[in-house]
Design a protein around this ligand. Structure first.
Ligand SMILES: [Zn+2]
Length: 278
């Protein structure tokens, strides 16, 4: 049995109901984590999981809401007894980003290690795979392939395709990351058992925080409700799971109706800690 657990379904706006974007995919005894939004380790804890039990962290792109808790995930996994290196897969630049954190926290960590006399040094090891052409993550359970989506001017930005066998059947789960309607994503998601996709609902203009371009530009590099319905319909996916709601508070029934006018399959309006069997 495989499970998609939405750990955080929000966006950069703080919300106690929707934490920063983060999705867990559990296949067999493996836990694959996609993005490390704000509060990811608390949501793991609520799910009965330790940071140390994550097989690998896959980053979709380097926008702050997707990466802000990488260091917290790393250090909490060490505290919780991780024995093997902390594994990150992500776009070019993610290694520098992570190592800047290590540098910034170096004196704190050295002081803590010395004073607290913690024996487990292995948990502080790490490995970063930066995605080049033809990168594929493979273990004995799943094959996870990044593919390019369209979140320009943020480049590269990736979605991930998770493929595995279950009771002899091929299964496919796709994570969109952040993207406008993407033809490559439609191709990669073709006949997926589940597509976890972002959606942009609309923002109210506030002249103190926004210019005339703000809403237009934010909307432009995300996917609108009608468009996400088109993506799911064109890709013939079995189930569409919506997440990364901008803004985090909105009319859920209205969204479901709007998407449902285009896509006739199973639509799930995501919420934090919702687990979906696939
Ligand atoms: Zn983004």
């Amino acid at each position: 049995m495989s499970i998609i657990k939405l750990l955080g379904t929000g966006c950069p706006s703080p919300s106690h109901l929707r934490f920063g974007p983060s999705t867990l995919v559990q296949v067999g005894n493996k836990n694959y984590l996609f993005d490390a939004g704000s509060g990811v380790t608390q949501r793991l804890n609520e799910s009965g999981l330790k940071s140390s039990e994550i097989e690998a962290l896959f980053i979709t792109h380097l926008h702050s809401d997707h990466i802000v808790d990488i260091y917290q995930l790393y250090i909490s996994g060490w505290h919780q007894g991780r024995e093997k290196p902390f594994k990150i897969v992500g776009p070019l630049g993610v290694k520098d980003f992570f190592e800047f954190h290590l540098k910034a926290f170096e004196a704190e960590l050295e002081g803590r290690k010395k004073w607290e006399a913690r024996p487990n040094e292995n948990g502080l090891l790490y490995e970063v795979d930066e995605i080049g052409t033809e990168y594929i993550y493979q273990d004995n359970i799943a094959q996870i392939s990044p593919f390019e989506v369209d979140h320009k001017p943020v480049e590269p930005a990736y979605g991930y395709k998770i493929e595995f066998k279950e009771e002899g059947n091929d299964k496919k789960i796709v994570i969109s990351g952040d993207t406008r309607k993407s033809s490559n994503l439609i191709k990669q998601s073709f006949k997926a058992n589940a597509l976890v996709h972002e959606v942009f609902l609309g923002l109210d203009f506030d002249e103190k925080r926004m210019t005339k371009e703000t809403i237009e530009h934010v909307a432009d590099y995300h996917t609108l409700p009608k468009e996400v319905g088109e993506v799911a319909k064109e890709a013939l996916v079995e189930k569409l799971i919506l997440t990364h709601f901008v803004p985090p508070v909105f009319d859920e029934e209205k969204l479901k109706t709007e998407v449902g006018e285009v896509y006739k399959g199973d639509i799930v309006i995501g919420e934090d800690l919702l687990a979906i069997e696939v």
